[in-house]
Design a protein around this ligand. Structure first.
Ligand code: NAD
Length: 388
């Protein structure tokens, strides 16, 4: 059974329908509109009893319903949370457009400490909030929100992907890290004329879900690894396993290497850090690596090849999006698409070179073109097989 293909909706109409739908739920959800230029919908959600304070941002639905993970993080302020969700949801629009998955850009943040505040009640209240959007927004796991947590969200809504169960796609980290690995190979191809990573020095910042899987592939491809994580027990364990060099988190961006792979937090490429980089390419999975779009020009001026984050880290999106296809989930299709991230990146490097622009600008232009002309637009309504 498929849902309807959704039409763009006026924010005031959406708020009215959110409030109506929320009345039927278990929790006392309060919704508030946050008008933001260039974004279709930005909604703040609170539920006092369970301590839920979240923001759901829908940047663009021209190609399909907004799809993007739920980040749980103890933001210092509501403004910081808003800034993050706006940047992340816009990134999802670009990521979806380039990956041609028939979804739009959305993201949600819950202002909470995942180590202390994450309760089943809080997650279920959030699930009820997502459900009120009636399919306009589809959530998934993200930093601070595991596939286990997603199970609680699922208790209250079917509009969630990446569940660890039959008919679902499971942990997106495997596909994300494989796409990044292919992106690193594309950088090697561009820099050295071969995609072999034998003996190449690759520095990885962040060894969580994505980074830990990535270094496994890099190890087997013969790369010399340089590792960093704020979790010293983790980095010690993985460095011993892969005979890798350890670098302190304050030094990783300055380390001499062939390819730097940021797989932790965003905004690490900026006016301050770029002059200090000692790599030939940056190719990693973290979202929103550039503090500002213009920082891509600083990389270009330093002749550092940059694999645009929203292109190289699309493997997880390809995997979760496969779950809502009519025929049901199979890993083969997203595997093939994640593998082709290599070719997409090589084309982007080419276009950027031809147009004398940054690779980031070339990738944004490609996404904008697809959005403008509806290339890759969803033709068939998504099917939530785990709910059928
Ligand atoms: P994670 O939380 O599992 O891992 C992040 C790791 O980074 C942790 O081990 C943490 O200790 C470490 N870290 C944090 N700050 C650091 C610092 N300053 N220096 C070194 N290490 C630091 O997250 P993840 O799922 O592995 O995702 C990593 C990045 O990739 C995030 O930016 C995420 O948005 C992005 N991403 C993830 C996926 C996915 O499928 N999980 C998909 C697309 C993009």
């Amino acid at each position: 059974m498929g849902d309807q293909l959704l039409q763009k909706i006026d924010p005031k109409e959406l708020l009215k329908s959110l409030l109506q739908r929320a009345k039927k739920g278990t929790y006392s959800l309060a919704f508030e509109l946050i008008p933001v230029d260039g974004y279709e919908q930005v909604i703040e959600v609170k539920e006092k009893k369970v301590g839920l304070h979240a923001i759901i941002a829908i940047h663009n639905t021209a190609l399909g319903p907004a799809l993007g993970g739920t980040r749980i993080f103890p933001y210092a302020s509501r403004e910081k949370a808003l800034e993050d969700v706006l940047r992340l949801s816009k990134g999802m629009t670009y990521k979806s457009a380039v990956a041609e998955v028939g979804s739009g850009g959305g993201k949600s943040v819950i202002i909470a400490d995942p180590k202390k505040d994450k309760t089943p009640e809080l997650l279920m209240a959030f699930g009820e909030a997502v459900d009120a959007f009636n399919g306009l927004y589809i959530c998934a796991e993200d930093v601070g929100c595991s596939t286990e947590d997603v199970k609680w969200i699922r208790e209250k809504t079917k509009y969630v992907v990446g569940l660890l169960q039959e008919k679902s796609s499971g942990d997106p980290g495997y596909f994300t890290s494989w796409g990044i690995f292919r992106g690193i190979q594309s950088a090697a191809k561009k820099l050295f004329g071969t995609d072999s990573l034998e003996g190449k020095k690759v520095a990885v910042q962040g060894l969580g879900n994505v980074g830990s899987k990535l270094i496994d592939s890099l190890f087997w491809a013969g790369a010399d690894l340089i590792l960093s994580d704020i979790d010293s027990a983790l980095v010690n364990r993985l460095a011993a396993k892969y005979d890798a060099k350890i670098v302190h988190p304050s030094e990783i961006l300055k380390v001499e290497c062939d390819i730097l792979s940021p797989c932790a937090m965003g905004a690490i490429l900026n006016e301050r850090s770029i002059p200090e980089l000692r790599c030939k390419a940056v190719a990693g999975g973290a979202n929103n690596q550039l503090l500002k779009d213009g920082d891509a020009d600083l990389l270009r001026a330093r002749k550092i090849l940059y694999a645009p984050d929203f292109v190289i880290n699309a493997g997880g999106l390809l995997n979760v999006a496969a779950e809502i296809e009519v025929e049901g989930y199979s890993p083969k299709n997203p595997q093939r698409k994640a593998h082709r991230i290599y070719d997409t990146l090589l084309s982007i490097y080419e276009i950027a070179e031809k147009n004398h622009e940054s690779t980031h600008a070339a990738a944004v232009a490609l996404a904008d073109y697809r959005i403008k002309y509806g290339i890759g637009k969803r033709e068939v309504a998504p099917v939530f097989h785990h709910a059928v």
